[in-house]
Design a protein around this ligand. Sequence first.
Ligand code: ASP
Ligand code: MG
Length: 438
Amino acid sequence: MIVLKFGGTSIRNSTMIQRTLEIASKKLPKKVVIVYSASGKTTDHLVTIGEAARNGNKEAYESTLEQIITHHKNICNDLSISQETADDLLEELRHFTQGLLLLKEVTKRSFDSLLSFGEFLSTRLVYAYAMSKNLSVEYHDSRTFLKTDNTFGNAQPNMPRTKELLKQRIGSSSASIHIVQGFIGSTEGGVCTTLGRGGSDYTASLCAAALDAEVLEVWTDVPGIMTSDPRIVSDAQPLSALSYQEAAELAYFGAKVLHPATIQPAVEKAIPVVIKNTNEPELPGTNIGPNHTPTIKALTSKSSLTLVQVHSSRMLNNHGFLSGMFTIFNEHKISVDIVATSEVSITVSLEIAPDDKLLNELSRIGKIIVLQNQTCLCAVGYRVWRNANLLSKVFSAFGKDIPITLISLGGSENNLTIVIPDSKQQIALERLHTVLFG
Ligand code: ASP
Ligand code: MG
């Protein structure tokens, strides 16, 4: 059993839709479950419709609805399947949203039903096309197996129940290919819910875990997880393999290919997750799995951080200082990312600029120094940082012209973090990338 997940860009038109089934057919005779997102920008358009209905903006409502209708009708045409395939769903969408527009009211609950049209439309079209090609295929309505609580907009799946239902429906079916909607579930009472934007990855991971899949392939529009952000570092390369933990470290830095929480069900079962590029299916992609290889994997960065240093001689041989300081951050609901301490001072990095109230409270426990416009560079790789030769190579890249404002090593076995001024982000990344991967 293999689970494949295709995102919106991977099914934005008929050619891409055909490709997804070619990819699935190559996996046969293994059983394949395919989890689809909504086609192209359909979910964004549905969000626009919901907002237009709430604001009584009839023009925006009409034009966006027309866009969705035309988009899906064009795909039917291009796939040579009957227009009727989508007609009744599109009609239902029109009626449903007219009601919202009339009332100018869109509750969280109706918003979920509204967004679900995207995935229902895409899977309906793919299924009709697969049938026209005589594939051994079965269509499943995710509401019948993905059971969730009633937190509309961000529903939490009931894993044991979902597992049981998935096994009953897909596990015991003899069809080769199973088509399901990502992102959508339902409450025990059958009311439609969604798992939050981007939730199809979560659906795919739940299916893989429930059905004991040998692999989960997430098909997207990038070549995989890269050694660095290709918009900043022109030499960035796709990574062939990394561990779950390394992938999680990278996610924080905007390698938003996969959110760590969404693949958790697959991680718990040690199911490998492979990121593949639908535009270039023959490329190997990035394999994320339970095993660590002790090599340097990636270099990432995050800019516009603020460093706050609190200096207090009271800290010397004293307890309770850190807890006092973190209590203040906690009360302000501010999350602290990097921490470095000396015997008499502590420096933390924040994603937001601290306000006067916070600084006043902190200044009660010590002298404060604030450094703004800072970039954190993070080199990720399991257990490579005990090697002083590597460290010396890393630091030589900074030379005299890039001041280092903070270093953190040993927080985990996976990364080395160095903070520098924003103005040096590009040059520092380029130089470090050459040192580490060149
Ligand atoms: N279609 C949904 C979204 O755009 C779910 C997904 O794509 O994963 O957020
Ligand atoms: Mg996505």
